[in-house]
Every structure is written in C-alpha cells, then in structure tokens.
Design a protein around this ligand. Structure first.
Ligand code: F6R
Ligand code: MG
Ligand code: MG
Length: 368
C-alpha cells in the first residue's frame, strides 16, 4: 500500500540443538512454519520465512507494525516456547537455552532471543540480505559492516555513486556500559575504527545514509552475558542489510565475507576462529563445534512480502574463502588451550580459572 511503511523483524533463539549444539531438528522448523502460517492468516503479520543456522531457529517476518511491535515479539516468543516443548519431548540438547524469563512483558529484548529489525518506505525495488551466524557474537558484523559502508576498496559506490558519496552514520553500542554513540563516515573513520576494532565491547547496531537518514543496516546486539548477569549461552547474531540504488550493491554487501576474519565464539563460546560463509545446507558446524559460520538469505521485499530467499553464499566464488577458513581454522586449532585461539580469561563463556587460582592461592610465593 502506498505510504505504508514495511517492517522486517528477524528474531532468533536457540531453544534446543540437534545433535548437541550443531544443528536444528526439522520438527522445530515445521512448528514455527505452522504457527507463522496461522498468524499470517489472522493478519498478525504479512509474510515470513523460517530457517536455521547451526542450532539457531531464525524467524524472518514482515509486517507494518514497526520495530518492537509487542504482537510480533509475542508471536516469536510463543514460537520459541512451543519449540522448547518439542525440544524437551525429543530430548534435544539445551532445550529452552535462550528462554531466560518466564513471563512475556511486551518485547523479547532482554529475554534471551536476538532481534534485528528495520522499517522503511519501500523503494521501487527493495533487495535485502539477512545474515545469520552461529558460534559467534554480534561483534562479528563490525568488520564486514565497516567494509560495506565505509571502505571504498570494498564498496566502489562510495567513490563513484553520487548518492552514496556523503557517507554513512554508524550507531555503535558499548555493551559494557550500555551506551551508544553515532559516528559519521568518512569524517570520523579513525574514531569508528578505534571503537569497533574492539569487537567484543563495541558493536555496530545500525547504519544510516547521511544524505537522507535512510536505514542501511540493522544488527542484533543483545548480549546474553549482560542480559542474564552472567554468561549463559551464545548470542549468535543476525543482521539485515538493505542494498542497491544508493546503498551498497548486493555484491558489495557480500564481498566483505570473502575474507574469513577471526571472530569469537567457537567451542564453548571461548575460542577465536575464522568466520566461514556457507550455503544453507552447510550451516552445520561440527568441527570442534565450528568453525563459526554465516549464511546469507537474499530477498526482494515487495508490498511487504518476502520474494525469496536466494542462498547467497552458495557460490563457487566463495570456495577460496572456505578453503582459507579451513586453513586458518586448522592453524588456530593447533594452539589448543593457548591464546589467541582460546579467548582472554574475561571473555570466555566457560572458565575454571577462578577455581584453579583459588585452589593454588597458598602455593603462590613471593617471586624472588
Ligand atoms: C559454542 C557452543 C558449543 C558448546 C559446547 C559445550 O558456542 O555452543 O561449543 O559450548 O558444545 O556445551 P555444553 O557445556 O552444553 O556441553
Ligand atoms: Mg545450543
Ligand atoms: Mg547457536
């Protein structure tokens, strides 16, 4: 409908893995499809697509209710509760892992699931890419988002498309202090990099075109560790990127993933490893519970409907990246329990260090 804004809500949770933390049982996907179909028939949303990446159930939904719509969040929450019930019956691993609260209170934020949402007035054609990753954290998007929206060596359009030439604003979250800051590229590139290079603390939350404020990207930045007051699980992230006609082209959006950069989250949330872009079919991390991986679902959004998806990393153009990721993965693995494969002590999901230190307290003598 003319004038009506379209909202995309991508809400995900791990409510049980199959087998271990590696993959998704088809019954959970079927249940999500069934519940979203029923909700669509009732007019609660317009369109949807259900998929999975590793052990995460991914709900991609379109509607006209704006971000943080209580009804959409409630729907997702109810699907995760229903999924948890199935996971319990099947004895799936970590059933209800991301369900951190008992009662729904209007918004899934802070309750365990991850959320990326954006609202816009549809252009004549609206290509979007939804990225979904497993065994990593939202900080994994920092490097690719920087390349997409600020690096002319990646995005030719920053130099040669007049509508992108003014650059983009980056909304960056400090997850430790729960504060956010808007910085402008290209003027403040060095400041942006000073922050987002520390990707376990500073995470890009959203990106807007400077010329007119149009939204270009929106990421999930819930940090389960902070939500729960202690590290309780993965915050495997999702990201929505709009593309073309004055925004990075589809190829410019995907190109940063041709470099398998090092991200945190592999094995026990406590190891660094390369982010491997894979097809939907290969989104099953089994080597040392990894390596971390990312899938990309491409859609045309038309009249609030999702036309797609196209499996964007199902392209031999990324074969070299996957080979490189395997080579880097192997190299990192050989470090075993040593940093930088193992994360610094304060960032590990699991750590025995405090109890080891407590046990040894009296055995430490003054160094001579
Ligand atoms: C990593 C991940 C897995 C688990 C590992 C141990 O993000 O989810 O690597 O951390 O399989 O899981 P538990 O402690 O549940 O046996
Ligand atoms: Mg899991
Ligand atoms: Mg996961």
């Amino acid at each position: 409908m003319a004038g009506m804004k379209t909202t995309i809500s991508v809400i995900k949770a791990d409510v049980g893995g199959y087998v271990g933390h590696s993959s998704m049982h088809p019954d959970l996907v079927a249940k999500a499809n069934e519940m979203l179909e029923a909700a669509t028939e009732k007019g609660r949303l317009v369109d949807f697509h259900v998929t999975s990446c590793g052990d995460d159930l991914e709900l991609i939904m379109t509607h006209n209710k704006g971000p943080e719509a209580p009804d959409i969040h409630k729907l997702a929450w109810d699907i995760f509760l229903a999924g948890t019930e199935i996971a319990k019956k099947l004895g799936l691993y970590g059933a209800g892992q991301d369900i951190l609260k008992d009662a729904f209170s209007g918004n899934v934020k802070g309750m365990g699931p991850g959320v990326a949402e954006m609202e816009f007035t549809e252009r004549k054609s609206e290509p979007i890419i939804v990225f979904m990753a497993d065994k990593t954290s939202p900080g994994a998007w920092n490097l690719p988002l920087y390349k997409m929206f600020a690096d002319p060596f990646n995005t030719a359009g920053l130099v040669i498309d007049p509508s992108m030439h003014e650059g983009f604003n980056f909304l960056i979250l400090d997850v430790l202090q729960s504060k956010e800051i808007m910085l402008s590229a290209p003027d403040e590139l060095y400041d942006i990099l000073a922050l987002i290079g520390s990707h376990s603390r500073y995470m890009i939350k959203a990106i807007y075109r400077r010329a007119d404020g149009e939204i270009g990207a929106s990421a999930s930045t819930q940090k389960l560790s902070l939500i729960a007051g202690k590290y309780v699980g993965k915050d495997d992230p999702v990201l929505i990127v709009r593309s073309q006609s004055g925004l990075p082209a589809v190829g410019e959006v995907l190109e940063p993933f041709a470099f398998p950069h090092i991200v945190e989250g592999w094995m026990r949330g406590s190891h660094n490893g390369p982010l491997m872009p894979v097809s939907f079919e290969d989104a099953t991390p089994t080597r040392f519970d990894g390596p971390p991986r990312v899938i990309a679902a491409g859609f045309q959004v038309t009249d609030t409907h999702l036309i797609g998806p196209v499996d964007m990393f199902d392209d031999p153009g990324f074969d070299m990246t996957r080979d490189k990721a395997n080579e880097i993965g192997e190299y990192m693995r050989r470090h075993g329990p040593f940093e930088p494969h193992r994360l610094p002590a304060d960032q590990m999901e699991y750590t025995t260090l405090p109890s080891v230190l407590a046990r040894m307290k009296d055995r430490f003598k003054e160094a001579k």
